[in-house]
Design a protein around this ligand. Structure first.
Ligand SMILES: Nc1ncnc2c1ncn2[C@@H]1O[C@H](COP(=O)(O)OP(=O)(O)OP(=O)(O)O)[C@@H](O)[C@H]1O
Length: 300
């Protein structure tokens, strides 16, 4: 059974439909990508899942059951806007938040110390949030979201403001939580993070679902329009091949754009006829390209 199931969920603010009939399922131990342009309805959807606001239509089920206040103990949320108080000590507020979610103080303290050690910052225990850098405040926001061991974790731009080392650290942590059975709703504008972490995604555009499903399946539905070719020497006549729309000379070869898949074979044949081919690859579209195309198309 799905840990989280949204069925035709609608949210309106006056005349404005912020979310227009979203349906999705997140399995136990899955990281699910919720994507969309600015104002598409992601935060509104996440706030409904958290029970902070209520859907006007449709329903949300948690392990097959409707929302109840006990669920607050099972959910963790890292909001896009920093949610921690600047003047309060890290330990005071994170333990307080964990207790609000039903964790005894001594266990919360132990869990907080575990996370501070894990992130190699045990000294933050006694620091005020305002004394930390922006990235480290973000890390403490993450700790606040996971300290009580949630079963459903909602991450809104979890990696924003983090340096590459910390991004990797948090990615590993998120994967580990997934492997332990946590279901994670993951929202970001960074498509490469989605490619690395998520199996299934929904792309929202102006309140509507425009793309949904398994990333690998979605990619199969889009044409392959790029070829990478690496050869020992120059290849003449690439631009004249039927179906080749652009040829870009790169440091170690060529990047070609094609309008039909047959052009790829013609490129390979021409290159082989002129010398040794070191590398040949027909590239799948990136999620970034799919996003731009899907959101662009629905705006036409
Ligand atoms: N409290 C509110 N009252 C009125 N309109 C709202 C409210 N909250 C959100 N909206 C509107 O609902 C739509 C969806 O907003 P939402 O914040 O869910 O988008 P988002 O996908 O999270 O965007 P972003 O990527 O910019 O964070 C927007 O048009 C927004 O202006």
């Amino acid at each position: 059974m799905e840990a989280l199931h949204l069925e035709q969920v609608v949210k309106q603010y006056g005349d404005k439909t912020a979310v227009n009939g979203i349906s999705l399922k997140v399995e136990q131990g899955e990281i699910y990508g919720l994507l969309g342009a600015n104002g598409a309805g992601k935060t509104t959807t996440m706030r409904m899942v958290l029970g902070l606001i209520y859907p006007d239509e449709g329903r949300i089920l948690y392990n097959g059951k409707p929302y109840s206040t006990e669920l607050q103990h099972l959910m963790g949320y890292l909001p896009e806007e920093r949610g921690l108080y600047p003047k309060v000590k890290v330990s005071d507020q994170i333990i307080y938040l964990a207790r609000l979610r039903g964790m005894p103080a001594s266990e919360a303290d132990k869990s907080l110390r575990y996370w501070l050690d894990r992130f190699d910052v045990p000294e933050y225990y006694n620091k005020k949030i305002e004394e930390l850098s922006k990235g480290n405040q973000q890390k403490m926001g993450f700790v606040a979201a996971v300290v009580h061991k949630p079963k459903i974790l909602i991450l809104d731009e979890a990696f924003s403001g983090l340096d590459p080392v910390n991004v990797e650290l948090l990615k590993d942590t998120v994967r580990e939580m997934r492997d332990q059975g946590t279901s994670i709703l993951f929202s970001t504008h960074r498509m490469e993070h989605v490619e690395e972490l998520c199996r299934n995604i929904t792309i929202l555009d102006r309140s509507n679902t425009v793309v949904q499903g398994d990333i690998r399946e979605i990619k199969k539905g889009y044409p392959r329009e790029a070829v990478v070719l690496r050869t020992a020497g120059e290849v003449n006549g690439l631009a004249e091949i039927a179906g080749v729309t652009a040829v870009e000379r790169q440091e170690r070869g060529y990047l070609l754009s094609i309008s039909d898949i047959g052009a790829a074979q013609r490129i390979l044949q021409l290159a082989m006829a002129q010398g040794e081919v070191e590398h040949f690859e027909i590239k799948e579209p990136t999620l970034n390209q799919i996003f731009i195309r899907a959101v662009g198309e629905s705006n036409e």
